[in-house]
Design a protein around this ligand. Structure first.
Ligand code: AGP
Length: 603
C-alpha cells in the first residue's frame, strides 16, 4: 500500500528511485511516479499500471541527484495519472509524495484553498497546495511545512522537495511507516528498509509527529515545535538475496517452499540445544499474569490466531479470544480483569492493528507483537516483541508468515504452560514435533504436480467454491478460502462443515467445488465426512485433504500426520498450493493480486 522512496546527495537519483520503487512493488499499487530535481531540467514522470510502465516513460534526460518517488494504492480518486504522485503545488514549486489518508482534506480545501485549481481528487494534492500557499503567504518552507502539519489530521508519511532548493528533502510522519536510510554523501527516506538495502544498511527511525530535515550529510529530527531530537541509527540485518526470487516464477511459490526452513529457524531461535524454551521470561510472566489472552489481527494473521487458539488454551489454561483489528480499534468490547493483548502481524505495520495497540497502550494493557519485521511500528509500540524469523515475505498472499505465527505461538504457549506447571506443556516435545511438521511440509511440497493437476480439474472455470471443516479444520478453511479468493478471484467461503445445512447449503449446485478438510479425531472426521456426503448428494464436486490415518479410498490429498497442536500448519500447506495453482492456471499475477496491498497502512 503506497510506497515512498526519496534520495538526496551524490547518487544517481533516477536509478535509486526506480530500484526502490521496484522493491516497493510488493506492497501493492496501481500507479507510480518520480520527480527528479535538476534545475530547469527537472522531471516529473507518472504512469498508471506497473513500474515497468513508468520505466518505459523515463528517458535518459531524467537525471539528477535529488528525487522522490511513489507507488500509489488508490484511496481518494481513481488510479489515474492526475491522481498519481508526486503532486505539485499551484505554482509547481513544491513536489510532494504521501502515504496515508488526510481526514480533513475537504475542510482544508474549503478553508485555505479557495480559487486553487486542482488537477486530481487526492488529499495529497491539497496538502502540497496548502504548503505552497503558506509559502506564498511569506512563510519559510520549513515554517510552511510545520504549519501544514499542524492543520492536517489523519495518517501520513510525507516527503517534500522544494524545486528552488533541492539540497533538502522535508520529511514527516504520523501513523504511516517511514524510515531514514543513511549513506556516505547521500541520505534516503523510504517506506521500508528492504527498498533501501541495496544502498545502505544503516537506518534511523522516525516516530509519529516528527519532522526530519534530510540533506546529503545529515538527518535532523525535530518535533513539530522545532525541538531537536537525538536519534541513534542502527544497522539492519537484512540480506539482499532474501528479497530476490531466484529461479522461482513467483515469490509466493518461493515462500511456500521456504516453510520447512522457517520451522527449523524457529526451533533454533526459541529453543536451546536441550530443547528448553528460549523465550524472554518477561513475556512469559506477562502472559502468565493474564486471565485472558486477546489476539488482535487482520486477514491471514487473524486466521493464524484462530489456528493457534486451541493449542494456546490447552497449554496455558488461559482463555483466548480473537478480535478483528479493524473492529476493535473503535469498538472495544468489555475486557476481562487482567487482559493481555497479542498483536499478530507479518508486516508490523497494519494500521488497523496499530489502532488497537494505541488503545491498549492508553488503557495500560500489556501487549506482545508477534511480527516478521524487526523495528516495525507494532513492534516498537508494544510492550514486547517476538519475531517470526521467516525472512522477507514479498508476495501479497501471506503463507510462511501464517505458519511461522502458529509455530511461534506454540513456543510461547509451551513456555507459559511449563511456567504454570502444566504437565501437558512439559510433555509436549515441541522441538521434535516441529521437526516432524517441517518434514510433513516437505512431503506435501513434493506433491506439487499432483495438486496442480487436481486444481485444474476442480477450479479451472468455477466462479465460486467452498472449504469446509470442523474445529481446527474450520480455522484452516477460513485461511484457505481467503488465500484462494485473494489471488484467484474465485469467490470462496470457509465454512464450519456442520453449519452449511443451516442455510448456505442452498448455494450448492451441480459442479460447485467443495474442498473438505479432515484432520481431527475419528469422530470429528466422521461428522465432516457426513457433511461432505450432504454436499456431494447435491451435485458438489468434492476434493478432500485428509490427515494420514484418517484417509479412505478416493481421498485426494493425504497429509502426513503431525501433533494435533500443530495440525493447522500441516493442513494449510496444500491449500496454499491450491490457491497458487488456481491463480497461475488462470493466468493471473500471483504475487500482486488486484486491489490488494502487502502492508495495509490505512484504516
Ligand atoms: C494475506 O494473504 C493478506 N494479504 C492479508 O490478509 C494480511 O494477512 C493482512 O492484511 C494483515 O497483514 P499483517 O499480517 O501484515 O498485519
Amino acid at each position: 500500500m503506497c510506497g515512498i522512496v526519496g534520495v538526496v546527495g551524490n547518487r544517481n537519483a533516477t536509478d535509486i528511485l526506480m530500484q526502490g520503487l521496484e522493491k516497493l512493488e510488493y506492497r501493492g499499487y496501481d500507479s507510480a511516479g518520480i520527480y527528479v530535481a535538476n534545475g530547469d531540467n527537472s522531471s516529473l514522470v507518472k504512469s498508471v499500471g506497473r513500474i515497468a510502465d513508468l520505466r518505459a516513460k523515463i528517458g535518459i534526460d531524467v537525471s539528477g541527484s535529488t528525487g522522490i518517488g511513489h507507488t500509489r494504492w488508490a484511496t481518494h480518486g481513481q488510479a489515474t495519472e492526475d491522481n498519481a504522485h508526486p503532486h505539485t503545488s499551484a505554482t509547481g514549486r513544491f513536489v510532494l509524495v504521501h502515504n496515508g489518508v488526510i481526514e480533513n482534506y475537504l475542510q482544508i480545501k474549503e478553508e485555505y484553498l479557495a480559487g486553487h485549481d486542482l488537477k486530481g481528487q487526492t488529499d495529497t494534492e491539497i496538502a502540497v497546495h496548502l504548503i505552497g500557499q503558506f509559502v506564498e503567504d511569506s512563510l519559510s518552507v520549513l515554517e510552511a511545512f510545520k504549519k501544514a502539519l499542524s492543520i492536517i489530521e489523519g495518517s501520513y508519511a510525507f516527503a517534500l522537495v522544494d524545486s528552488e532548493d533541492t539540497d533538502t528533502i522535508y520529511v514527516a510522519k504520523n501513523k504511516s511507516p517511514l524510515l531514514i536510510g543513511l549513506g556516505d554523501g547521500y541520505n534516503m527516506v523510504c517506506s521500508d528498509a528492504m527498498a533501501m538495502i541495496r544502498e545502505t544498511s544503516e537506518f534511523m527511525e522516525i516516530h509519529d509527529k516528527e519532522l526530519v530535515i534530510l540533506t546529503k550529510d545529515a538527518a535532523t529530527v525535530t518535533d513539530y515545535d522545532g525541538n531537536e531530537i537525538e536519534r541513534d541509527s542502527y544497522t539492519a540485518e537484512l540480506d539482499l538475496s532474501d528479497i530476490g526470487k531466484g529461479t522461482y516464477p513467483f515469490y509466493m511459490l518461493k515462500e511456500i517452499d521456504e516453510q520447512p526452513t522457517v520451522m527449523r529457524k524457529l526451533i533454533s531461535t526459541y529453543a536451546d540445544s536441550e530443547g528448553n524454551m528460549n523465550i524472554d521470561p518477561a513475556i512469559v510472566k506477562s502472559v502468565q499474569d493474564a486471565d485472558r489472552i486477546y489476539i488482535l489481527a487482520a486477514g491471514t494473521s487473524y486466521n493464524a490466531g484462530f489456528a493457534s487458539k486451541a493449542m494456546l488454551e490447552k497449554l496455558t489454561d488461559t482463555p483466548v479470544e480473537l478480535g478483528v483489528a479493524s473492529e476493535w480499534g473503535y469498538n472495544m468490547p468489555l475486557l476481562s480483569k487482567k487482559p493481555m493483548f497479542i498483536l499478530l502481524s507479518q508486516s508490523g505495520e497494519t494500521a488497523d492493528s496499530r489502532q488497537v495497540l494505541v488503545k491498549a497502550n492508553e488503557m495500560g494493557i500489556p501487549s506482545l507483537t508477534v511480527t516478521n519485521v524487526p523495528g516495525s511500528t507494532l513492534s516498537r509500540e508494544a510492550t514486547y516483541t517476538m519475531l517470526l524469523h521467516a525472512g522477507p515475505e514479498i508476495a501479497v498472499a501471506s503463507t510462511k508468515a501464517y505458519t511461522a505465527q502458529v509455530a511461534a505461538l506454540a513456543f510461547l504457549a509451551k513456555a507459559v504452560g511449563e511456567a504454570n506447571g502444566k504437565a501437558e506443556a512439559a510433555e509436549f516435545d515441541l522441538v521434535h514435533e516441529l521437526s516432524i511438521v517441517a518434514q510433513s511440509i516437505e512431503a506435501t511440497l513434493s506433491e506439487k504436480d499432483m495438486i496442480a493437476d487436481k486444481v485444474e480439474k476442480l477450479l479451472s472455470t468455477t466462479r465460486n467454491a467452498f472449504y469446509i471443516g470442523r474445529g481446527n479444520d474450520y480455522y484452516v478453511a477460513m485461511e484457505a478460502s481467503l488465500k484462494l479468493k485473494e489471488i484467484s478471484y474465485i469467490q470462496c467461503e470457509g465454512f464450519a462443515a456442520g453449519e452449511l445445512k443451516h442455510g448456505t447449503i442452498s448455494l450448492i449446485e451441480d459442479g460447485t467445488p467443495v474442498i473438505g478438510l479432515i484432520s481431527s479425531s475419528e469422530l470429528v472426521a466422521a461428522h465432516t465426512r457426513g457433511n461432505i456426503q450432504e454436499v456431494a448428494a447435491r451435485g458438489a464436486n468434492v476434493l478432500t485433504v485428509v490427515e494420514e490415518g484418517l484417509e479412505r479410498e478416493g481421498d485426494d490429498i493425504v497429509v502426513n500426520k503431525v501433533h494435533p497442536f500443530l495440525a493447522t500448519i500441516g493442513m494449510v500447506i496444500s491449500t496454499q498450493l491450491i490457491a497458487y495453482y488456481a491463480s497461475l492456471q488462470r493466468g493471473l499475477d500471483v504475487d500482486k493480486p488486484r486491489n490488494l496491498a502487502k502492508a495495509v497502512t490505512v484504516e
